[in-house]
Design a protein around this ligand. Structure first.
Ligand SMILES: Nc1ncnc2c1ncn2[C@@H]1O[C@H](COP(=O)(O)OP(=O)(O)OP(=O)(O)O)[C@@H](O)[C@H]1O
Ligand SMILES: N[C@@H](CCO)C(=O)O
Length: 326
C-alpha cells in the first residue's frame, strides 16, 4: 500500500483551513500506488484527493506536474485539477511533506482492457500530446535512453538472481538501443506512465487520466510505445495485434503519426520495455521484502522486451507503413 506518511485529524483540519471547503468530514489512506501517499478526503464541499509527495519525487519538479494538470484541465482533458487555497500556492506542506489537494475523478481502472478501451487510450494519449503543444514548462525525461545504463549499474551484481543470464542480455540490449535510438522524431510532453491503473473508465467510456508524476519532454511516439507495452499484452504474455491496431488507430484519429514515427515504433517499444524492466529490477533488488510496497515483477518486462526484439516492422503491431503515407 502507499501511505508512507501518517496524517493526524488535527493537522489535516489545519491544512484544510487554507481552503474554502468547509469542515473535514472523513479521510482515509488509499492503498494503491507506489510513489506517493494518497488520501481520500471528504469535506462539507465534496470529495478530494490529498497527495503528499514522498522522497522519490523531486520537489523542483512539482511546479511542472501541477502546472501540467492545470494546463490539461484548462484544455478540456479530464484529469485531477489542483484545488487552489484562498491565497498562496496550491502546493502546501503537511506532516513534513509537500502536498496538494486535487479534485476527485470518478471511474475505475480496468485490469483486463479490451480492444475498444485500447482505442480510447490511444485517442486520450494523442489528445494529451495535442493539448500540451502550448505548455511552456519543460522537464527532461530522467528515465530516457542515456539513464538506462547507470540505472542498470545501480542494480549491482544481483540481476542474475532474478533470471540466469539476465545481466548479459540487458547489456547487449542496452548497446543496441543506444546505437539505434532515434534523435529526429517529433518531441513534446509525455505522460510516460500511462498504464491501466492510471486510466479511469466510467460506464464503459474513458473518464480521465491520473498520475502525471513521470510526465516529461521526450519523443512523442515513445509514449505510444509505452502504452503498447502496458495495454496490449495478454496474461499469457502474447501480444494482441487487435489491441495494438486499435490503440495506434485511436491515436492517429486524434493526432497524426508520420511514417518515420510508425517505422520507429519497434525500437521505441524495445526502449519502453527496457525502461520498465530496469526500474522494476532496481526496486526488486533494493526494496526490502519486509517493506509494505508490493514490488512489480521485472520478468514481465523481460518477456515484453524479447517480444519487441523479434518484431520485424510496425506491421507486427497491426498497422502498415503504407497506411501512414496514404
Ligand atoms: N484525482 C483522483 N481521483 C480519484 N482517485 C484518485 C485520484 N488520484 C489518485 N487516486 C487514487 O489513488 C491511487 C493512487 O494514485 P497514483 O497512481 O497517483 O499514486 P502513485 O503513488 O503516484 O502511483 P504509481 O505507483 O502508479 O506512480 C489511484 O489508483 C486512485 O485509486
Ligand atoms: N507503471 C510502473 C510503476 C510506476 O508507476 C510499472 O508498472 O512498473
Amino acid at each position: 500500500m502507499a501511505v508512507y506518511t501518517d496524517v493526524g485529524e488535527a493537522e489535516l483540519s489545519a491544512f484544510l483551513a487554507r481552503y474554502d471547503l468547509g469542515a473535514l468530514l472523513s479521510y482515509k489512506g488509499i492503498a494503491e500506488g507506489v510513489e506517493n501517499s494518497n488520501f481520500l478526503v471528504r469535506t462539507e464541499a465534496g470529495t478530494f484527493i490529498l497527495t503528499l509527495y514522498e522522497k522519490r519525487v523531486n520537489r523542483d519538479d512539482l511546479p511542472f506536474f501541477i502546472g501540467l494538470m492545470e494546463h490539461l484541465a484548462a484544455e478540456g482533458l479530464s484529469c485531477p485539477l489542483p484545488v487552489p487555497p484562498r491565497e498562496g500556492s496550491v502546493l502546501g506542506e503537511l506532516a513534513g511533506r509537500p502536498g496538494a489537494l486535487f479534485t476527485f475523478l470518478e471511474g475505475m481502472w480496468t485490469r483486463r482492457p479490451n480492444a475498444e478501451q485500447c482505442r480510447e487510450v490511444g485517442g486520450a494519449l494523442a489528445g494529451m500530446h495535442k493539448a500540451t503543444q502550448g505548455f511552456a514548462l519543460r522537464r527532461p525525461n530522467a528515465l530516457s535512453v542515456e539513464s538506462w545504463r547507470p540505472l542498470f549499474e545501480g542494480c549491482g551484481p544481483r540481476a542474475d538472481d532474478v533470471e540466469p543470464g539476465l545481466s548479459d542480455e540487458i547489456l547487449s540490449e542496452l548497446g543496441a538501443l543506444e546505437a539505434a535510438w532515434p534523435s529526429d522524431l517529433p518531441t513534446g510532453v509525455l505522460h510516460a506512465d500511462l498504464f491501466p491503473d492510471n486510466v479511469f473508465f466510467l460506464q464503459g467510456r474513458l473518464s480521465g487520466l491520473i498520475d502525471f508524476y513521470f510526465a516529461c519532454n521526450d519523443i512523442l511516439a515513445y509514449d505510444l510505445a509505452i502504452c503498447l507495452c502496458a495495454w496490449c499484452f495478454e496474461q499469457d504474455g502474447a501480444f494482441n495485434v487487435t489491441k495494438g491496431r486499435a490503440m495506434i488507430e485511436g491515436y492517429r484519429a486524434v493526432h497524426p503519426l508520420s511514417p518515420a514515427e510508425l517505422d520507429a515504433l519497434p525500437i521505441l517499444a524495445r526502449g519502453a520495455a527496457m525502461r520498465f524492466l530496469l526500474t522494476r529490477l532496481y526496486d526488486w533488488i533494493h526494496i526490502p521484502d519486509t517493506s509494505f510496497v508490493t514490488k512489480k515483477d521485472p520478468r514481465e518486462y523481460l518477456r515484453k522486451s524479447r517480444f519487441h526484439r523479434q518484431v520485424q516492422s510496425v506491421a507486427d503491431y497491426g498497422v502498415s507503413l503504407e497506411s501512414a503515407s496514404a
